[in-house]
Design a protein around this ligand. Structure first.
Ligand SMILES: O=C(CO)COP(=O)(O)O
Length: 245
């Protein structure tokens, strides 16, 4: 399967950061994988301009479930598609845990993303406490079952497994732990989407760097990565991308 490497800039980036998109474009022009950068809302339209006619796609980090209306401060999937975004990250743990986003909301947002023609990157992952209790598979499986739209396909859905305790901490699960969760995700995808579930990309996210990327990409059912901190600098992000091809 062609790999997907996605960068989540989170709440980072000013106009000057657009230079990283231009640099990434130069560094990854021949990469044989799909690449997406998800800057904050404020930079999306200019990032789309910088990425024009390249192999870089631009995505967003969230969207609202409604198409339009009285939702002060929110941005709809249609608005994102209208300015050239192709992907949207949904259900990131930083939103699930601090904005009270539950599976029902993530599902509604994924349906909205699909209605607008966006590819939804749905994030799932257990907390440290849940892993310590031996509940990682149960938690991830529950999140996944509740947040995949009925009509999703491998063309419009990507899953990112991001253990909360691995995000921004420098901690990475063992190879066995990653493979175990990714296998469980694959099984649920096949149950829900039939044979097309085999073609849905499953990304790993949490402290991915150029130095550990190759080992992670060698694991079964790992089809790419969702990268936070190490996606902010084009040179570091390009190192991860080169490990994927
Ligand atoms: O949350 C993440 C990507 O969505 C991962 O963040 P880090 O790569 O900074 O650990």
């Amino acid at each position: 399967m062609r790999r997907l490497i996605a960068g989540n800039w989170k709440m980072n980036g000013l106009a000057s950061s657009l230079a990283e998109i231009a640099a990434l474009r130069e560094l990854t022009g021949k990469a044989a994988c799909d690449i997406v950068v998800c800057p904050p809302f404020t930079l999306i339209d200019r990032a789309v301009e910088r990425a024009k006619d390249s192999n870089l796609a631009i995505g967003a980090q969230d969207c609202h479930a409604q198409q339009s209306g009285a939702h002060t401060g929110d941005v709809s999937a249609e608005m994102l598609a209208n300015i050239g975004a192709r992907y949207v990250i949904l259900g990131h743990s930083e939103r699930r845990l601090s904005h009270g986003e539950d599976d029902e909301i993530v599902l509604a947002k994924a349906i909205a993303a699909h209605r607008a023609g966006l590819i939804a990157i749905v994030c799932v992952g257990e907390t440290r406490h849940e892993r310590d209790e031996g509940r990682a598979i149960e938690v991830v499986g529950g999140q996944l079952r509740e947040s995949i739209p009925e009509r999703a396909t491998s063309a419009d859905l990507v899953i990112a497994y991001e253990p909360v305790w691995a995000i921004g901490t420098g901690l990475v699960p063992t190879n066995e732990q990653i493979e175990e969760v990714h296998a469980a995700i694959r099984q649920i995808l096949e149950e829900r989407l039939g044979s097309d579930g085999r073609s849905v990309k499953i990304l790993y996210g949490g402290s991915v760097k150029a130095s550990n990327a190759q080992a992670i990409f060698g694991l079964r059912n790992v089809d790419g990565a969702l990268v936070g901190g190490a996606s902010l600098k084009a040179s570091e992000f390009a190192g991860i991308i080169s490990a994927a091809v």
